[in-house]
Design a binder for this molecule. Structure first.
Ligand SMILES: Nc1ncnc2c1ncn2[C@@H]1O[C@H](COP(=O)(O)OP(=O)(O)OP(=O)(O)O)[C@@H](O)[C@H]1O
Ligand SMILES: [Mg+2]
Length: 266
């Protein structure tokens, strides 16, 4: 089967993109799905959070994008069964400048993913792309490559600010570069029951995105923020904490989701 490529995207920083990639990917792998994570953020947080080095130039997505390493050699196994990774490296931050003269550069990642469809990517059910906090070339590359988007929204003040800009970018990409792109779901993160603002963002988001907002809400949970420093997903670090449980529930919801296209991105 063809893997569904899902970009985890929000140009706002620190909203839970990487935490979601790591833990949703782990939860799905634990449920027997074959998953690949591509770390497309020069910060390399998904790479280190999955216990791999972000200094490994040879195995980085950057080297694949510049044609220095084959995609096959860049795929690393993680300690979790059925969960593989193409890691990131800080060099990735130079890609935008280095490819300035390449008119086709927005398609670089898509070409790599299409090229490996019948070979090295064939076994995966989902490929998750962890995006950097910007709407720069890397994010555009992931929007061009993706079948679907997963948008984490931090349940804090200003959460919905910037979403209009994100939606405009998505619509532009749909018109010009990737007509089939759709929103798989919107995930509310760092929810705090005691904070009235969290509930307000919850209500606003569901008003705006309707059934696209996952019923599962990720609570603010300190274990989720501790796990990366141990180089492991929270689901391995402490599988019984509220954060881990929420990502297991999300995986269930994700699997059961009727995969319908939205028609419009907004
Ligand atoms: N539900 C949560 N509860 C508590 N802390 C969390 C939660 N989700 C994420 N964090 C912590 O918040 C910080 C930001 O999360 P994360 O790195 O996942 O966001 P991001 O959107 O990927 O950030 P960036 O835009 O920098 O890539 C991290 O320190 C992470 O450990
Ligand atoms: Mg991140």
């Amino acid at each position: 089967m063809d893997a569904s490529i899902i970009s985890v995207i929000n140009q706002k920083g620190g909203v839970g993109k990487t935490t979601t990639v790591i833990n949703l990917a782990t939860a799905l792998a634990k449920k027997g799905k074959k998953i690949l994570v591509i770390d497309l953020d020069p910060q390399g947080n998904a790479t280190t959070g999955l216990g791999k080095s972000n200094n490994d130039e040879k195995k980085s997505i950057y080297n694949v994008l510049i044609g220095k390493t084959s995609v096959q050699t860049s795929i690393q196994k993680t300690d979790i069964n059925d969960l593989d990774l193409i890691g990131s490296n800080v060099n990735l931050s130079g890609l935008e400048v280095e490819t300035a003269n390449d008119k086709n550069r927005a398609f670089l990642l898509k070409e790599i993913l299409s090229g490996g469809k019948d070979t090295c990517f064939k076994k995966y059910e989902n490929i998750f792309i962890d995006c950097p906090p910007s709407l720069s070339l890397l994010t555009v590359m992931s929007l061009v490559s993706a079948d679907e988007l997963l948008i984490p929204l931090q349940t804090e003040f200003f959460a919905l600010e910037g979403i209009t800009q994100l939606m405009k970018t998505i619509d532009r990409i749909k018109v010009n570069l990737n007509p089939g792109l759709s929103i798989r779901g919107v995930l509310l993160t760092m929810f705090d029951r005691r904070n009235k603002l969290s509930s307000q963002v919850d209500i606003e988001a569901r008003k705006h995105f309707k059934e696209k907002v996952y019923k599962t809400v990720v609570p603010r949970n300190v274990r989720l923020s501790e796990a990366p420093s141990h180089g492991m997903p929270c689901l391995i670090y402490d599988k019984n904490c509220s954060g881990s449980k929420s990502y297991m529930n999300l995986a269930e919801e994700f699997i059961n989701q009727v995969n319908q296209s939205m028609g419009s991105a907004a």
